[in-house]
Design a protein around this ligand. Structure first.
Ligand code: AVJ
Ligand code: FE
Length: 419
């Protein structure tokens, strides 16, 4: 396949996925707001179409947009999420027509460009990569919204994830990662966002990192041991939030008995699987657990060093959203990093100790609002992708970020400690 055929195939694949996710929903469920943290699902779909109109038809193609009068309504910066349901949004069927029209004109732009495109953004695939990755990211966002849907819930039928491999379940609990310089970030990966650039050498002191993400069983021990009632495990800010938000366990868990838990997962009520990575915990909970365990969260630098060589493919990591859940630890031995650290890619996003900042030499590209406006101490970095992340957006250098109080994302963590 040449670059253009690949681009068309990637665009087709992600749109099939977006429409498949929304297909079971009524019009009412597409336009209502399931949580104040999230957009109406029809907003997400029109927004990805509008983004494609801006970047493929207008920026890359130099043509007129399909409907520039929609730019304001579907601009994430113009309207914060809580306000989106009160906008005069397109109806679900108007939305489907709009995104289909954008797509047909975008494919037209793609086919009319000379094969050896002189246009630098398209030549290295980035403008297409941008649009494809953007829609995949919104696919994960839509899944977080679907998880928040009230009863009876979304109730997808997913296949069962792979089972743990016996040889992986007996591995030591931690790995020692040697110190020394390594290359963080990338200059080479054509899919890389501005915040992953430039590649730069970082010197790391030796450290220990957990072989697996923290499991539900381990997390329940923290709860049973009074983790949520002992301020000494929490930062001052974290404790204040624990109290005011009334946090007592991960979001979507329910206590069945003194030591037994169930959870609501996309509307299915089920026992909490002890060997799965814990998810739906905020940064403050992760940080408190780590302190309880006598450890700490890894820095972003440590995480990326430990992840060197980890495989971001569906065969070797739980990615792509088919299972609608993380896989038990030990289920993907083939995807381990060169240091023998497992399940860094896929399953759950992993909270790190680090604030979201630009690497030295950062230059925003192609627009400041992708990353730069979020730099600072308000956001914590998450790494590795979740079960809901498509392989197109899963790589060792990829950086995600969110507020330290957020729990609706598919996030968990692992611990580290200095040598
Ligand atoms: C990288 C997940 C924080 O959802 O706000 C979507 C991705 N950027 N549209 C977000 C994104 C523009 C972004 N995160
Ligand atoms: Fe977006």
């Amino acid at each position: 396949m040449d670059l253009k055929e690949q681009a068309a195939a990637d665009l087709l694949e992600v749109r099939r996925r977006s429409l498949e996710l929304l297909d079971p929903l009524s019009d009412h469920d597409l336009v209502r707001q399931h949580s104040r943290l999230m957009s109406p699902l029809a907003w997400d779909l029109a927004h990805v179409g509008n983004y494609e109109d801006l970047w493929l038809i207008r920026a890359a193609g130099g043509r007129e947009g399909v409907d520039p009068s929609l730019d304001g309504m579907y601009d994430a910066f113009r309207h914060p999420r809580p306000n989106r349901p009160s906008l005069p949004l397109l109806s679900p069927s108007e939305t489907r027509h709009y995104v289909a029209e954008v797509r047909s004109r975008a494919l037209d732009v793609l086919s009319s460009l000379p094969l050896e495109s002189p246009w630098p953004l398209l030549a290295d695939g980035f403008v297409v990569g941008l649009v494809v990755q953007h829609e995949h990211q919104h696919g994960e966002t839509m899944l977080a919204t679907l998880q928040l849907m009230a009863e009876p819930g979304y109730r997808p039928d997913g296949p069962t994830p792979p089972r743990p491999v016996a040889s992986a379940t007996v591995l030591p609990a931690e790995r020692l990662i040697p110190g020394g310089p390594f290359v963080m970030g990338t200059d080479q990966d054509p899919r890389a966002y501005d915040n992953e650039r430039p590649a730069h050498v970082v010197d790391v002191a030796p450290f220990w990192i957990d072989t697996f993400p923290v499991t539900n069983r381990q997390y329940a021990e923290f709860i049973d041991d009074g983790g949520y009632s002992s301020p000494r495990f929490w930062t001052a800010e974290g404790w204040e939030w624990r109290q005011s938000a009334g946090l007592e366990h991960p979001e979507f868990w329910r206590r069945d008995g003194e030591r037994s838990w169930s959870r609501v997962r996309f509307g299915w009520v089920e026992e909490v699987p002890p060997d799965e990575p814990v998810q739906h915990v905020c940064w403050h909970e992760a940080d408190a657990y780590a302190r309880w365990a006598g450890k700490r969260l890894p820095t972003e630098v440590e995480w990326e060093k430990a992840a060197g060589g980890a495989a971001p493919s569906k065969e070797r990591a739980n990615l792509g959203g088919e299972f609608y859940r993380p896989a038990a630890v030990g289920s993907y031995p083939e995807g381990a990093s060169r240091w023998g650290v497992h399940q860094l890619i896929g399953d759950v996003w992993e909270w790190t100790a680090s604030d979201f900042r630009g690497y030295s030499g950062f230059a925003s590209f192609p627009y400041r609002e992708y990353s730069e406006v979020f730099f600072g101490s308000d956001y914590k970095v998450l790494r590795g992708g979740s079960w809901a992340t498509h392989p197109a957006v899963a790589r060792v250098t990829f950086r995600n970020w969110d507020y330290p109080i957020r729990r609706q994302i598919f996030a968990g963590f692992r611990c580290a400690r200095s040598e």
